[in-house]
Write a protein that binds this ligand. Structure first.
Ligand code: ACO
Length: 321
């Protein structure tokens, strides 16, 4: 059996870095409120001309360079996003075109699982590699959430940011992704959604993100603890054998809760929420790339990736870097 091993990682953040104080000039909020409740200090916002596929392609180029792989050697491209460039085609096919490899015809598709999107995409890529259907897979999480925020709603607009992170996975005899677990429960649909849709040339329903913040918080803490336990146990490990938690970066307090549940200190967590805000499907690969490029995450170490978001959808992946 072949494992899916991380060959390289990359990321891209738009140049416009917005602080909590910058936001406080536009909405009734404060650095103190945002920092205390979420840990967020900054977020990056895409320029008007930047599309999700631009962010994704930039992160992908960095990951390919890190992997030492040419774009034409990819067998599959998966983009996790809830803010695609268009209704169709998929952002993945646009990224394929931007990487200049359209003519190779490798399959390319999006997965949409909001903040759990990267977990869903990586687990899908793992299945392709394990089954022998693909050798080299590009997985990107990319978002321009700034475009679906109501910038007059202080309860949501302060939480999110734009960005992209990417990994190149390659077939390997040694681990690799060890185990992944995905979950979803559509009964929690109303806690977090962007319900707008285009019908007959008009947008019906609000095109902005709406959220029950406290409801999301409670569910996230409960479900992430459970899925983290399950992934570690089912893989035959214990939490003290985890070198790094690389969590979805929504809220520092949610992250602290999961780490505490696993009996791991915050020194074992890659934390980027203060710099990036919540970049939904991009947040885990952005954190992963940050942990690797800063030299904290080393080859051979065991990582737990975990995330949850709208749907609700959630999941965790245990891997050896
Ligand atoms: N600045 C100042 N005050 C604010 C702001 C703001 N940006 N937003 C809300 N408030 C006010 C509210 O109006 C309310 O005021 P009131 O008491 O006078 O009515 C007060 O702050 C408390 O509001 P709550 O919503 O109860 O605040 P809470 O302590 O629950 O924190 C938060 C809100 C940060 C959203 C928290 O619930 C949370 O983090 N939830 C998780 C949400 C999340 O992470 N979502 C991301 C998407 S899902 C995911 O990625 C997991």
């Amino acid at each position: 059996m072949q494992y899916a091993k991380i060959l390289g990682t990359g990321s891209y953040l738009p140049a416009n870095r917005v602080s909590n104080d910058d936001l406080a000039e536009k909405v009734d909020t404060s650095d103190e409120w945002i920092t205390t409740r979420t840990g967020i200090k900054f977020r990056h916002i895409a320029a008007d001309h930047e599309k999700t596929s631009d962010l994704a392609a930039a992160a992908a180029r960095n990951a390919l360079a890190d992997a030492g792989l040419a774009a034409g050697e990819l067998d599959l491209i998966i983009v996790a996003t809830s803010t695609p460039d268009m209704i169709f085609p998929s952002t993945a096919t646009i990224v394929q075109q931007k990487l200049g490899i359209g003519s190779s015809g490798c399959p390319a598709f999006d997965v949409q699982a909001v903040c759990a999107g990267f977990m869903y995409a990586v687990t899908t890529a793992d299945a392709y590699i394990r089954s022998g259907m693909a050798k080299n897979v590009l997985v990107v999480g990319a978002e321009t959430f700034s475009r679906i925020l109501d910038w007059s709603d202080r309860a949501t607009c302060v939480l999110f940011g734009d960005g992209a992170g990417a990994v190149v996975l390659g077939a390997s005899d040694t681990p690799g992704i060890i185990h992944g677990k995905l979950k979803a429960d559509g009964n929690y649909l109303d806690l977090l959604k962007t319900p707008g849709q285009i019908a007959n040339g008009k947008i019906s329903g609000t095109p902005f993100l709406t959220m029950d913040g406290p409801g999301v918080f409670k569910l996230a803490v409960k479900m992430l603890a459970k899925v983290a336990d399950e992934v570690i146990t089912e893989a035959g490990f214990t939490s003290d054998q985890i070198d790094w938690i690389v969590p979805h970066q929504a809220n520092k307090r949610i992250i602290e809760s999961t780490a505490k549940h696993l009996g791991l200190g915050m020194e074992k967590v890659v934390l980027t929420v203060q710099e990036h805000g919540n970049t939904s499907a991009a947040s885990i690969p952005l954190a992963l790339d940050s942990g690797i490029r800063s030299g904290r995450i080393q080859r051979g170490q065991r990582l737990l990736l975990e995330g949850i978001g709208g749907g609700f959808a959630w999941g965790a992946v245990l891997l050896e870097y």
